[in-house]
Structure formats: C-alpha cells, structure tokens
Design a binder for this molecule. Structure first.
Ligand code: GSH
Length: 202
C-alpha cells in the first residue's frame, strides 16, 4: 500500500498529482504546513529534515519529490508518463524534469522565505529582488520551449508534473508575466487536468 506524507502548498502536490494521473490508490497522511507537524519526532523519523513529500510503499520509504516520481514510474508506471529512451523526446523529458529542482525551485525557495516565512523585520529586499530576477530568467527558456507545443516532452509526462508544478507556483508568486504567453497557456492547460485540480485542492 502506498502512503503519501503530504502538506498542502508544497512539493507533495506533485506526488498526489502523479498518483492521480496514474490512477494508483494511496493513503494520504495530510499534515499542516507548520513546524508542529513537519518537525515532530514522528515526521523527522520519516524525513531527517522534517520535509515533504515522503512516500511509503509497504516497507519502502523514500523522500525527494523527483526520486519519488522516478520510483513510482519505474514500479507502477508500465511505461506511462515518460517517453521511451529511444524517443527524441527523452532528452527533453530528462532536461525539464531536472530543470525544475535545479533552476526554478532555488529562486522560488528564496522568494517564499523572503515574503512569507521570515517575519517582516528579518526580510532582505536585495535577496528578494535578486531571486525574482533569477526566477524570471529561469522561466524564459520554459516559455520558449513551449512555443507550438502542448507539453514539455511530447505527450503529457512526469516532467510536466515536476516542472509544471513549479510553473504554477511561479504564477502564484506573480512571476509569470505577460511576455510569457506560451507559459501562461501551458499553466491553464495543466490546471484543466482533473488530477492537477485534485492535487492542489487536497
Ligand atoms: N528537494 C526536495 C525539497 C523538499 C522540501 O523542501 N519540501 C518543503 C515543502 S515544498 C518542506 O517540506 N518544507 C518544510 C520546511 O522547510 O520546514 C524535494 O523535491 O522533495
């Protein structure tokens, strides 16, 4: 049995979304996004830093959203949501899958820290401005890659779950601007998917 350790407004939505796209049954351990739940001894026993997502698969436990996505696809995907290794879309898939945590999430993390998590007297306007500029730069190539395409690697794939989630978060942070029309349309396309809607509402 799969159990997803989850908090709303977090990367755990990626795993919820993926499991719903694959129509896999799972139990949800829904915690609040606060230290009381995430830094509890119980949750630190699951993740040493007290973070989400964490997935249990019977006696297997795994954290890191990208690793969880790969684990689920390898074990239960049956070839779904991932281009074949011989497909010309396979390198696109890998590239955008990893661009998410590698390039887009670092400035998002800083923006969230500098606008939401830190108390106002400890916020740093310079760090915030730098992260906002960096996020805009990181989203530009995603907008360009989506010109004339519905998804990042041919058919809808797990790269769209990973990076698509970050694009939706970027939109909520006001970083998806009018000069990114392909990215805007892509976000709308993703948000029309029932599995995406369920994940963000959970
Ligand atoms: N690279 C990790 C990041 C995990 C992570 O930082 N999760 C955030 C939510 S998006 C978290 O649990 N934050 C709680 C905290 O920092 O206390 C992944 O992709 O799973």
């Amino acid at each position: 049995m799969l159990t997803l350790h989850f908090a709303p407004n977090s990367r755990a939505s990626r795993i919820y979304w993926l499991l719903r796209e694959l129509d896999l049954p799972f139990e949800l351990n829904r915690m609040d996004f606060n230290p009381k739940d995430l830094k509890s001894d119980e949750h630190r026993a699951r993740h040493p830093l007290g973070r989400v997502p964490v997935l249990d698969d019977d006696d297997v436990r795994i954290f890191e959203s990208g690793a969880i996505v790969e684990y689920v696809l390898a074990k239960y995907g049956n070839g779904r949501l991932k281009p074949d290794v011989d497909s010309p879309e396979f390198p696109n898939y890998l590239q955008w899958f990893h661009y998410c945590e590698g390039m887009v999430m670092p400035p998002i993390n800083t923006i969230v820290v500098q606008t939401i998590l830190l108390p106002p007297d400890r916020r740093d306007e310079t760090a915030l401005g730098q992260a906002q500029r960096l996020l805009g730069k990181a989203l530009g190539p995603v907008n360009d890659a989506l010109e004339g395409r519905e998804y990042l690697a041919g058919e809808f794939s797990a790269a769209d779950v990973m990076l698509g989630h970050s694009c939706i978060m970027s939109g909520r942070l006001g970083a998806v601007t009018d000069d990114m029309p392909h990215l805007k349309a892509y976000i709308e396309r993703l948000q029309a998917r029932p599995a995406c809607q369920e994940a963000f509402a959970a």
